[in-house]
Design a binder for this molecule. Structure first.
Ligand code: GTP
Length: 347
């Protein structure tokens, strides 16, 4: 079976992390976000994936490639972003049978196989995955009837509208049958939630509700960091997680507090402490007498001696001069250089 994954967004809310790489390539505990999604799709029998791309396509192709664990990967491009709905319409040629369509920034343990079974049993034209969240006002809420038919979409309802209610939100995973997009125009900008799904209502459109699953969209830095921490703590499990990579070296008195992950070639200087809840990418170098906690450092980050780095995300190649303190959800873009004795705290 085939899946179409939407990866064409600019990921503006993740800036500066997405200034040089598309969101799909952003490392989640040292592997591209897309690899986690592809593993999940593979575990549910998907054999072919079409990536619907638009932003930083060269990097995307270079990192993700043409195959993944035996799955075939293909690409379809937009010259300018067509929105989530326009992108699906553009990929319509690939919807020649029951097809999974999903956002490319979701980490979930949703049982896609059960959703496919539900879709077939209902003889559904389109099925949308739904999951309850405690703060639905940040999402698209979907109301369904008892048998699962979709009744109504409520885009980002106000806190008053949803107060005290357990509501299901659009989990960003869909199953679509051929022909469903016939009325949409090619090359037009559409939102899948606002322009396409409301038109499906009453025409064999079902919601598949999953409770007690892991579900996180990694669209903001806070949710990205939370997903990384969830993986470290085991609430989202990934296979083959390498906790300490090859050629990691610790200086005398250096400690790594669990759960933390250190990429290959990383060096931790004398008497420094890494963790808890830290991820260091490949070839990072941490000076002497440092504390690095609840921090996500991508590859090639260099931290001078006597630094305290906590609750931060640093993109690749960041350099922090000695005796600096960076904390409070600070996010540094690729290649940022901080002078010695810098003080940075975003919250
Ligand atoms: P923000 O700019 O931070 O809102 O991020 P985003 O651009 O990724 O938008 P959003 O989170 O709403 O997108 C959800 C999914 O759809 C992501 O996986 C995006 O890559 C993808 N997406 C959004 N817009 C487009 C588009 O115009 N074309 C394609 N092909 N994919 C898109």
């Amino acid at each position: 079976m085939r899946a179409i994954v939407l990866v064409g967004g600019e990921g503006t809310r993740l800036r500066p992390l997405t200034l040089h790489v598309p969101k799909a390539v952003v490392p989640v505990v040292n592997r591209p976000m897309m690899f986690l999604i592809l593993s999940w799709l593979k575990s549910h029998g998907i054999s072919e994936v079409i990536l619907s791309a638009c932003y930083k396509t060269d990097i995307l192709k270079k990192v993700i490639g043409r195959s993944f664990q035996g799955m075939k990967i293909d690409y379809i491009y937009e010259k300018s972003p067509l929105g989530t709905g326009g992108a699906v319409k553009r990929a319509e040629q690939f919807i020649d049978g029951t097809t999974v369509v999903m956002n490319g920034d979701i980490l979930t343990s949703l049982d896609l196989s059960a959703m496919l079974k539900f879709h077939r049993e209902k003889r559904s034209g389109a099925t949308i995955a739904l999951t309850p969240v405690s703060n639905p006002s940040a999402y698209g809420v979907v109301e369904t009837a008892r048998g699962g038919s979709v009744l109504r979409f409520l885009e980002k309802p106000s806190p008053e509208e949803v107060a005290g209610k357990v509501l299901n939100i659009n989990a960003g995973v869909y199953i679509i049958e051929p022909g469903m997009l016939a009325l949409m125009k090619d090359g037009k900008v559409y939102s899948i939630e606002r322009d396409i799904f409301p038109k499906f209502i009453g025409d064999g459109f079902f919601g598949f509700v999953s409770r007690n699953i892991y579900w996180m969209d990694l669209g903001t830095v806070a949710k990205y960091s939370k997903a990384c921490r969830d993986i470290l703590e085991g609430s989202y499990k990934i296979k083959g997680l390498e906790v300490i990579g090859k050629n990691v070296k610790l200086g005398r008195g250096a400690r790594v507090v669990k759960p933390s992950v250190l990429g290959s070639g990383t060096y931790v200087g004398e008497n420094s402490r890494i963790g808890e809840l830290s991820v260091l990418g490949k070839n990072c170098a941490i000076g002497k007498n440092c504390v690095v906690e609840r921090a996500i450092l991508w590859d090639n980050v260099k931290i001078g001696d006597n630094c305290v780095i906590s609750d931060c995300v640093f993109a690749g190649g960041v350099k922090v001069g000695a005796s600096s303190s960076v904390s409070g959800e600070t996010v540094l873009g690729e290649g940022t250089v901080l002078a010695p004795y810098s003080r940075l705290r975003s919250k």
